[in-house]
Design a protein around this ligand. Structure first.
Ligand SMILES: Cc1cc2nc3c(=O)[nH]c(=O)nc-3n(C[C@H](O)[C@H](O)[C@H](O)COP(=O)(O)O)c2cc1C
Length: 306
């Protein structure tokens, strides 16, 4: 059997398949599937939904709209806030048997710093993902859309922890590689990409915006070609590893991301159709590698450097 073991930012992984933040509620899945979930956990590393400073109710309904080959969501990051997460959720997540990355978001560098310090202090946490798709209250600019904001944030956060810091990039910019280079210059250990693509839908009855928040983010196979182009553009200029995602639905599409330059991949929207999608990707990878003439995952990962 092909050995799929790899690593991301020094975190050893049994295979290259993560989940996209916010697309797999492991605690709810464990309540439904019981210990069988832990025995055959579908991912090699678990990424939490994005955690914020204070509890949030999320956006008003409706929050989802299905599109051809994808969906638009405007969930709005509902959650218990960092203290509730650390007190109640973290223990359950640490029992999943895979490394844990916690995603955090704030609207100022000061709040981001508090989140990073609180989360990094917990030994259950292997790494932190920074969701930078939020405006900075001081500048009004969306951090992840501006190289200068991204670099400044990273410089503020980098000294706070030696744990890996991963910057989740938004695709909603003309030149994602500039933001990625800024993240790297500020000390990021990795970039993950892509987050959802800005999108809207019109209610066929009321003729108004369907989503309660007015607009949301498109994900699923519809965004895959965009994600592949951006992963390719970013991985060709940064030294740090790229976590690739955006419409991965099977082993073949996961391998496309590796060949575009991602070191590891994440499955997102597909988890809503099949909660075992991550495992299906892993199980299909040896045959997908063989079909494309690779003897190992490592060979495919380095093929992109040629
Ligand atoms: C319902 C839903 C919720 C999401 N929540 C988050 C989140 O909390 N934090 C985040 O960084 N990305 C979030 N994402 C974005 C995904 O992690 C991923 O970047 C994106 O959906 C592209 O991958 P996919 O096409 O495989 O879903 C969410 C996506 C969906 C569909």
């Amino acid at each position: 059997m092909t050995d799929l073991a790899t690593d991301i930012c020094g975190i050893p992984l049994a295979g290259p398949v993560l989940n996209g933040s916010g697309t797999f509620d492991a605690l709810a899945a464990r309540r439904v599937f019981g210990d069988a979930l832990v025995e055959e956990f579908p991912f090699d590393c678990y990424v939490s939904k994005t955690i914020t400073m204070n509890p949030r109710p999320g956006n008003p309904p409706y929050r989802l709209w299905e599109t051809p080959s994808g969906m638009i969501n405007s969930i709005g990051l509902p959650g218990p806030g960092v203290d509730g997460f650390l007190e109640r959720d973290l223990v359950g997540l640490s029992e999943l048997g895979v490394p844990l990355i916690v995603s955090v978001m704030a609207d100022s560098a000061e709040d981001f710093a508090i989140l990073v310090e609180k989360v990094a202090a917990r030994e259950e946490v292997s790494g932190i993902e920074l969701n930078v798709s939020c405006p900075n209250v001081h500048s009004g600019l969306i951090v992840g859309e501006q190289p200068s904001e991204t670099e400044a944030l990273m410089k503020a956060l980098r000294p706070l922890t030696s744990k890996p810091l991963i910057v989740k990039l938004t695709p909603n910019v003309a030149n994602p590689h500039e933001v990625a280079l800024a993240a790297e210059a500020g000390g990021a250990d990795s970039v993950s990409m892509i987050n959802t693509v800005k999108a809207a839908a019109i209610d066929p009855v009321s003729n108004r915006a369907w989503l309660g928040a007015g607009a949301g983010g498109l994900s699923g196979p519809a965004v895959r070609p965009i994600a592949l182009a951006q992963v390719r553009a970013v991985s060709s200029v940064v030294e740090i590893p790229v976590i690739g995602m955006g419409g991965i639905s099977d082993a073949e599409s996961a391998l496309e991301f590796i060949l575009a330059g991602a070191r590891v991949v994440a499955v997102g929207t597909e988890n809503f159709r099949d909660p075992k999608a991550g495992k299906a990707v892993t199980d299909g990878l040896p045959a997908a590698l063989e079909r494309r003439g690779f003897g190992s995952l490592d060979e495919a990962q380095s093929a992109t450097l040629a």
